[in-house]
Design a protein around this ligand. Structure first.
Ligand code: BES
Ligand code: ZN
Ligand code: ZN
Length: 495
């Protein structure tokens, strides 16, 4: 398909030039503290547009606006802008709140472009990151582009010292690039993002200094990754494992492992038609791993991290895996497949074992859109996080809180193992209807060495959004890239 790809606009930091601010055709945004006086830039803009800002600030609506919050004033006088966005900043605003205001500003400006009058706020990087995340959209496959006339396709941040601001933004820019890269992968339809295309896109990471190797089917067969291969057996697109390594430090790596099912029909245990199209996002775990690896390389993180992506397609067909089949994992344990739709754990079982064998990591995190049961349990605001290591998982939960990505610890509990007892093999791939997300985690735990700190993240509920919260776009969210990058910054970097 001829995808007419337009590059997203990049954040530019500029000094206050009132002539160009007055003639900016997009949205102009100012920050107003909840209590205290407005800054120089907001006052100047207020003069230009005939006191419209101060009029709003004196209104009961401003008093009622909960901080952090944004008010839109349409078509202000005295300037070309389509709207003025007034962001109300709480006392002692957290970096996350400033990021969220940036996102809100960009989302309210939609595609009209935005010029943010930030001034010398010390949270300017957080705001800019928010703006960059909030301006994301996926319109690669819309042939009718919106009318660009009288629109500004730019993201400008006005500040007293553009050089300092843009230098300071370097690391946050890498995060924005990583998150939006993940979102693109997750939003891509499965006829475009095949296993081959996925491997090709991460192979381009070599330009950033990452090592990338792609293991093909024959090699996976030779290694003995048969549970992973069994999932892709019915597909015309070949199964692959992509290994990505960032060596910004020596010593054993942190391993990130992602479920990359490019489409999940359920296989022979086929899914119902209703909303099956959403299963194009069943590779979100692998996409988050890819996004984190990109971020690490772009910000030259002093850490050692290895990413493993299991790229397969779960299709029915003459060669497809059947219910009742028994498959031998790389670890050596045999698995009776009861339901071919519980395929993610078959992919991860081999991948987890492979990474531990080859890289001897100091810790391991896997990400997967693993179960519908996690959505039944905790919905779409929180990812389910399972871990055998209190310290590691607490550090992650802190990082997630700091980044505004919802996460909640769920139990690992060995008595649930009995639900996975098989009549013919060492283990079966599903339990009964109870505790579906926990039994999936217990299944994975079998493939994690006992003393290795490990977190399993079931992201089925958070990888994709209806876009109602206003904090993430409709479709792919990129959930996890920011929290994992933060965890790496705080726990896995040499200082
Ligand atoms: N990819 C699905 C899980 C999923 C469901 C992700 C909804 C996102 C939204 C997974 O492979 C799956 O189908 N799991 C089954 C497991 C069951 C057969 C034990 C499920 O959750 O129904
Ligand atoms: Zn499935
Ligand atoms: Zn799946």
């Amino acid at each position: 398909m001829d995808a007419n790809v337009t590059k997203p606009p990049e954040i530019q930091f500029i000094p206050a030039n009132w002539e160009s601010i007055s003639s900016f055709a997009g949205s102009l945004a100012v920050f107003v503290p909840e209590n205290g006086s407005v800054n120089e830039l907001a006052r100047k803009l207020d003069n230009i547009c005939g006191g419209q800002i101060s009029k709003y600030l004196a209104s009961p609506e401003f008093v009622d606006l909960k901080a952090p919050g944004i008010e839109v004033i349409g078509y202000p006088g005295g300037c070309t802008a389509r709207s003025l966005l007034v962001a109300k900043v709480p006392v002692d605003a957290t970096p996350e709140q400033m990021k969220r205001l940036g996102t809100g500003i960009a989302m309210k400006a939609a595609k009209s472009g935005v010029c943010v009058l930030a001034g010398d706020l010390d949270t300017i990087s957080d705001i800019a990151l928010g703006v960059s995340l909030g301006s994301y959209s996926f319109d690669r496959y819309r042939t009718a582009k919106p009318d660009q006339k009288n629109r500004e396709n730019s993201l400008l941040v006005v500040t007293g010292d553009p050089k300092i601001a843009s230098d300071g933004y370097h690391s946050a820019a890498a995060v924005a690039k990583g998150v939006n890269f993940t979102r693109d992968l997750v939003n891509e339809p499965a006829n475009i993002l095949t296993t081959c295309e996925f491997a090709k896109r991460v192979s381009e990471f070599r330009e950033l200094g990452l090592s990338v190797s792609v293991l093909e089917e024959a090699e996976l067969e030779r290694i003995g990754m048969r549970t992973l291969l069994s999932v892709g057996a019915g597909s015309a697109t070949p199964s692959k494992v992509a290994m990505i390594e960032w060596k910004g430090a020596s010593g054993p790596p942190l391993a990130l492992v992602g479920k990359g099912v490019v489409f999940d029909t359920g296989g022979i245990s086929i899914k119902p038609a209703l909303r099956m199209e959403e299963m194009t996002m069943d590779m979100a775990g692998a996409a988050v791993v890819a996004g984190v690896m990109k971020t690490l390389a772009m910000r030259k993180s002093p850490s050692h991290v290895v990413g493993a992506l299991g790229l397969v397609e779960n299709m029915p067909g003459g060669r497809a895996l059947r219910p009742g089949d028994v498959v031998k994992s790389l670890k050596g344990d045999t698995v009776e497949v009861i339901n071919t739709d519980a395929e993610g754990r078959l992919v991860l079982a081999d991948l987890l074992w492979y990474v531990q064998d080859t890289h001897k990591p100091s810790a391991m995190i896997d990400l997967a859109t693993l179960t519908g049961a996690i959505i039944v349990g905790i919905g779409n605001e929180l990812a389910g996080v399972f871990s055998n290591d209190d310290e590691l998982v607490d550090a992650f939960l802190c990082a997630a809180e700091r980044e505004g990505e919802g996460a909640w610890r769920m139990p690992l509990h060995d008595p649930y193992d009995k639900l996975l007892k098989s009549r013919v093999a060492d283990i079966k791939n599903v339990g009964d209807r109870s505790a579906g997300a926990v039994t999936a985690a217990q299944f994975l735990k079998r493939f994690v060495k006992a003393d290795l700190p490990w977190i399993h993240m079931d992201i089925a509920g958070v990888a994709y959004s209806e876009g109602k919260s206003g904090a993430v776009p409709k479709g792919a969210t990129g959930w996890g890239v920011q929290s994992i990058d933060r965890l790496i910054k705080e726990r896995f970097e040499v200082t």
